[in-house]
Design a protein around this ligand. Structure first.
Ligand code: ADP
Ligand code: ADP
Length: 230
């Protein structure tokens, strides 16, 4: 029984483009799940669905066995449990300083000032962004922005972190840094779901792979099953 369970989920954009066409999948608690698929396969749409931003036109989503009904309280709880890191960090970062940006999520959750401070410190240290804390976000390198965007979600302490191609546009050293950071977050108990293109990363990193093609799941299972078909 997955932590996040989708059953026959459909979603079409306003212009009629069908992005998800009967997706069923299980995200196991404590797992490292890789989502694989060509551009346009539906990965980003799936991620926005996983954190409640997009509402399916058909099908159901359960979080810890609870059917999501898209009520206000449902959504509030959902966003605390499932954190989304966008592919493009510029979508997520907008504050004057790194520290302010990381504070934004926890402040929004209505936590006390002390608790916000505690979480921000933790996130700065866990993600190696502490030395950048007073820097303006727009002056950071792309890799640094990636770290800060992960730190902002980490500070909300979600049970599941969903990352849309966190390795995209990074050089090999930058990719290794992000993978090391994710390993650390996983050890700390975070369930991870990430979209990734590189099959060697899938082999080394994931314990479960979901392959999307044209809005449908064509494989869910162990990485070996996908790699054998390459
Ligand atoms: P991926 O993340 O795997 O590249 P997406 O979820 O972005 O895939 O896209 C799935 C499908 O939905 C594609 O056909 C894409 O062109 C379409 N799509 C994505 N965003 C929109 C949008 N805002 N309006 C209309 N169609 C969209
Ligand atoms: P997708 O992979 O979802 O089809 P794109 O490949 O068009 O989308 O771009 C994904 C995001 O990466 C975009 O928001 C874009 O701003 C950003 N991006 C594209 N090229 C670069 C680059 N060379 N350096 C940094 N960011 C880039």
């Amino acid at each position: 029984n997955g932590m996040l369970t989708l059953r026959d989920v459909h979603f079409a954009y306003a212009d009629g483009t069908p992005a998800l066409q009967g997706v069923s999948l299980d995200i196991p608690r404590g797992g490292k799940t890789a989502i694989v698929g060509a551009n346009g396969a539906g990965k980003s749409t799936l991620f926005l669905t996983l954190n409640g931003t997009l509402r399916p036109s058909q099908g159901e989503i359960k979080l810890d066995g609870r059917l999501m009904t898209y009520g206000r309280r449902d959504l509030e709880q959902w966003r605390r449990q499932v954190g989304l890191v966008f592919q493009d960090p510029d979508v997520q970062l907008f504050s004057a300083s790194v520290e302010q940006d990381i504070s934004f999520g926890p402040l929004n959750m209505g936590l006390t000032e002390d608790e916000v401070r505690r979480r921000v410190e933790e996130a700065l240290i866990a993600t190696g962004t502490e030395p950048l804390r007073n820097r303006p976000v727009h002056a950071l390198s792309y890799g640094q922005k990636k770290r800060v965007s992960i730190a902002g979600v980490y500070a909300m302490q979600p049970d599941v972190m969903v990352l849309d191609e966190p390795l995209a546009w990074l050089d090999p050293a930058g990719q290794q840094e992000i993978l090391a950071l994710l390993a650390q977050l996983h050890r700390a108990g975070t369930t991870l779901v990430m979209a990734v293109h590189q099959m060697d990363v899938v082999a080394d990193w994931a314990d479960m792979v979901i392959v999307l093609q044209a809005g449908q799941v064509i494989y869910q299972g162990a990485p070996q099953g996908v790699l054998a078909q390459q």
